[in-house]
Ligand binder design. Structure first.
Ligand SMILES: Nc1ncnc2c1ncn2[C@@H]1O[C@H](COP(=O)(O)OP(=O)(O)O)[C@@H](O)[C@H]1O
Ligand SMILES: [Mg+2]
Length: 493
C-alpha cells in the first residue's frame, strides 16, 4: 500500500504539549528526577526574578552527556516507556526534560559535560515558530545566558538546564514579583516533600539548594518524633514484583508543641488533604495523600476523622503500566488485583487513626488477652524485673499522650518503681502478720472501689475521652472489674 510521511507541525505540537499540566514545582521535580538518574549528589537551583524577565537554572553534578546523547535527550519522545531502564532510573516517557521545561519557558538550553567535552543545545519556541515548521534544534550557548553555564567548567561532569523567556505557561499575562516569590516557596515545599527520602539519606543522599539555601526534607510520617504509631510493613505481590506497604498513625493534634509544628506536620496541602496513600517509585514520591479510589462501592473520601492515617507504598520502576503512572508522574492508580488487599490494610489503619483522633492517642488493643486492664505484670524468672508496670494500661497511655516529650520522666519514674519493689519486706510482713487486709466483697468494700473508679472515670473524661468510653474503660480495669454491674453503677453517679 502506498504511504506518506506526515510529520507533525513542530510549533503546533510543542504549543499543545506546553499545556500537559505541569506546574512550576512539578516541572522542576521532573528535571531533578533526571539528575538523580544521572547519579547527581547535588542539585543547585537558581530562580532569579531578573527585573521581570525571570530565569531558572537547574545545575547538577551527575554523569553528564556526550554530544550524541544530549542530542538524543533533546528529541521529543526519545527513549519511551517500552525501553527497559536501569533500576535507579526515574524516567519513563522520554519527554520530561522537554515538556517540563517548555511548560514554563519559551527557551530551554541544556549544557552538559562528560569527559572533557561540553555540549550545548537549545529549543527556542520563537525560532521554531518563525523558521518554517521543522524540528530545528539550535546548537551552542546564546550570549545572554552564557554566564549561567559557568559552574560546569569547575566540575568533572554535570548538566545545566537553563530556562529563560519564562511565562509559566501563561501566554498573555506577565509574571508578577509576588507570584514569582510565592512560586519559589511552593517549589521549596514540593521538593522537600517529593524527595524527602533522598534529602534525609533514606535513599541515596542528595543535596538540593534553592538560591544557595539547602532544602530540608519533610517526612510525612514524623518518624523522628516518637509519637507516631508505625504498623508492621507488609509485602504484596504486584504482577510478580514486590511492593511494600506500611501504615502510620500520626499523633493527635494535642501532642504538637505549638501550632507551627502542627501546621508543618500537616504538609504543603494541609492535614485533611494529605491523609491517605503515599506512593513512591524508587523512593521518589509520586502521589501524596488521597485514597486512590479504594474503599468499596463508595470510595473513601478525605474525612476529618481519618486525617491521622498515612500509608507508604513503595513501588519499583518496573510496574508503571500496572499502576497507571501518568505523564507527569504525579499520579498512580493501583491495579485491580491489589485493591482488596490495600483496602484491608488501609481499613485497619483508618480504624486506629479514628480512635487516636477521637480518643487522644489511646491505643485500641486491650492490655491483656481477656480484655481486663491490669497494671502489674508478674514476669517469670530470670527476668531482671519480676514485677513490672504495664505501659499499655489505659491510664498510662493517656498520661503518656498528655506528657508528650516529658513522657521520659514518666518512664524513668516507672523504672525506678519497678527496680525497688520491696519484695523482701512484703514477703516478711506477709509471713509475720498475714496478707494486707483486702477490701471485703460486700457493699462497703464495693462502695469504696466504686468511689475510686468514679474518680478515675472523671479524670479520663476531663482529659477528653467521652463519658461512656471512660466508664467502659474503667469497668474493665483491675480491681474494679470485680464489682458486680460496675459499668451500670458508674453510669448512675
Ligand atoms: N540532568 C541530566 N543528566 C544526564 N542525563 C540527562 C539529564 N537530563 C536528561 N538526561 C538524559 O536525557 C534523557 C531524556 O530525558 P527526559 O526527556 O526527561 O526523559 P526520561 O527521563 O523519561 O528518559 C534521559 O533518559 C537521560 O538519558
Ligand atoms: Mg526525565
Amino acid at each position: 500500500m502506498p504511504s506518506r510521511q506526515i510529520p507533525p507541525s513542530a510549533s503546533a505540537l510543542i504549543e499543545s504539549l506546553r499545556g500537559t499540566g505541569y506546574s512550576l514545582e512539578t516541572a522542576i521535580a521532573d528535571l531533578i528526577d533526571n539528575s538523580i538518574s544521572a547519579g547527581a549528589n547535588c542539585v543547585d537551583l537558581t530562580l532569579e526574578w531578573n527585573e521581570g524577565d525571570p530565569f531558572v537554572v537547574i545545575a547538577d553534578d551527575g554523569a553528564g552527556m556526550t554530544e550524541d546523547r544530549l542530542v538524543e535527550a533533546m528529541r521529543f519522545g526519545g527513549a519511551g516507556p517500552s525501553v527497559v531502564r536501569d533500576r535507579h532510573d526515574l524516567g519513563r516517557f522520554g519527554l520530561g526534560l522537554k515538556t517540563a521545561s517548555l511548560s514554563q519557558c519559551r527557551r530551554m538550553t541544556v549544557a552538559s559535560k562528560s569527559g572533557d567535552v561540553t555540549a550545548v543545545f537549545c529549543w527556542d519556541l520563537d525560532h521554531i515558530r518563525t523558521a518554517g515548521d521543522g524540528w530545528e534544534l539550535l546548537e551552542g550557548l546564546s550570549e545572554d545566558v552564557a554566564h549561567l553555564a559557568q559552574p560546569l567548567s569547575d566540575r568533572p561532569s554535570g548538566t545545566i538546564v537553563i530556562w529563560d523567556r519564562i511565562d509559566f505557561g501563561r501566554v498573555r499575562e506577565r509574571p508578577t514579583l509576588k507570584a514569582f516569590l510565592a512560586g519559589i516557596e511552593r517549589v521549596e515545599r514540593h521538593l522537600a516533600m517529593v524527595f524527602h527520602r533522598f534529602l534525609a539519606g533514606d535513599a541515596r543522599r542528595l543535596r538540593i539548594a534553592i538560591n544557595g539555601i539547602r532544602i530540608k526534607g519533610w517526612d510525612p510520617y514524623l518518624e523522628d518524633q516518637g509519637a507516631t504509631i508505625p504498623r508492621p510493613e507488609q509485602t504484596l505481590d504486584s504482577g510478580g514484583e514486590r511492593i511494600t506497604v506500611r501504615g502510620f498513625i500520626l499523633p493527635h493534634p494535642d501532642r504538637f508543641a505549638n501550632s507551627t509544628a502542627l501546621e508543618a506536620a500537616g504538609g504543603p496541602n494541609g492535614w485533611a488533604a494529605q491523609q491517605g496513600f503515599y506512593v513512591y517509585r524508587q523512593k521518589r514520591l509520586l502521589s501524596a495523600g488521597g485514597w486512590l479510589g479504594i474503599g468499596g462501592t463508595r470510595a473513601w473520601t478525605r474525612e476529618e476523622f481519618s486525617r491521622l492515617a498515612r500509608i507508604r507504598i513503595d513501588l519499583p520502576n518496573t510496574i508503571d503500566e500496572d499502576w497507571h503512572i501518568d505523564i507527569r508522574k504525579a499520579q498512580a492508580r493501583p491495579p485491580e488485583g491489589l485493591r482488596a488487599q490495600l483496602e484491608r490494610i488501609a481499613g485497619d489503619i483508618r480504624k486506629i487513626a479514628k480512635q487516636v483522633f477521637f480518643h487522644r492517642g489511646r491505643r485500641a488493643e486491650p492490655s491483656n488477652s481477656d480484655g481486663i486492664a491490669r497494671i502489674w505484670q508478674v514476669n517469670p524468672p530470670p527476668a531482671e524485673r519480676r514485677y513490672s508496670v504495664r505501659r499499655d494500661h489505659p491510664l498510662l497511655v493517656m498520661l503518656r499522650d498528655r506528657l508528650g516529650r516529658d513522657g521520659e520522666v514518666l518512664d524513668a519514674t516507672l523504672e525506678l518503681i519497678e527496680r525497688t519493689v520491696p519484695v523482701d519486706r512484703i514477703w516478711l510482713d506477709t509471713v509475720e502478720t498475714g496478707p494486707p487486709q483486702a477490701l471485703g466483697k460486700d457493699p462497703v468494700g464495693y462502695g469504696l472501689l466504686i468511689d475510686s473508679a468514679r474518680g478515675i472515670a472523671r479524670t479520663m473524661t476531663a482529659a477528653g475521652l467521652d463519658r461512656a468510653a471512660a466508664i467502659a474503660a474503667v469497668a474493665r480495669m483491675e480491681p474494679f472489674d470485680s464489682v458486680p454491674d460496675i459499668a451500670e453503677r458508674l453510669g448512675e453517679g
